[in-house]
Design a protein around this ligand. Sequence first.
Ligand SMILES: [Zn+2]
Length: 272
Amino acid sequence: MRRADLCARDRWFNLLYANPRARLACAEDLVASMDQARVDASVVFGFAFADAGLCAACNAYVLEAAQQYPGRLLPFLTVNPLAGETALRQAIDGLEAGAVGIGELMPGGQGFALTDFACLDPLLELAREAGVPLMFHVNEPVGHTYPGKGDQGPQQAFQLAEHAPSNTLVFSHWGGGLPFYELMPEGSAVLANTYYDTAASLFLYDDAIFRHVAAWAASKILWATDYPLIGQARFLRRMQKLGLESDLLDRLLGGNALTLLNRAKSQGMEKR
Ligand SMILES: [Zn+2]
């Protein structure tokens, strides 16, 4: 499907990608980028469309690409929680077809709130039982505006973590600042199963954020680029210049993600 068709069919996609300079990438582009940057494996997913049919088309593409590049592309699923039974069915089918997570779901674009628990509960339950993480787009509630910046921030993400303590949750873009609240005693308890990815960090935060958050949440930082928004090789070069200890760098660049995916899986298997 062409960019213009997708822009016509999804308000949020149009906001982000109507500009022809906003980069889109296919599976082959991503694998070429991984080869160039010497990235072994990438978590990969399609755009979180509001329309369930578009989500299904994305998921089919991503799952097929993951089969073509086994072990290198780790497929997540996008569904719209507001689609109810349809979303649940799509998630069940996608997990059976090899997906290892659900997300990145986009509250602003898809029209749900992180605190809409009645809407999210079926997916939360499925993710718990299947032992897969659920990942949500979250923004910082302050600072400059940009296309795709929504109104769901650390407060809503915290409430979701409080509601679903046994789910493994990933909040993108540093959870909009959520890691800071791990320094509150009640925060560290509520956020015990919560992770933060670093997608688009170069556009949002000073690089000092890596060392600071690692001081108290080193096991919860998942290096992510938001490729093709930020090139993997470029971001990796920046990471290598931070002067982080090599074992910490290894955890941020993949060790934490592997632990998370394995841990979620073993918790899911215990429940069966
Ligand atoms: Zn995002």
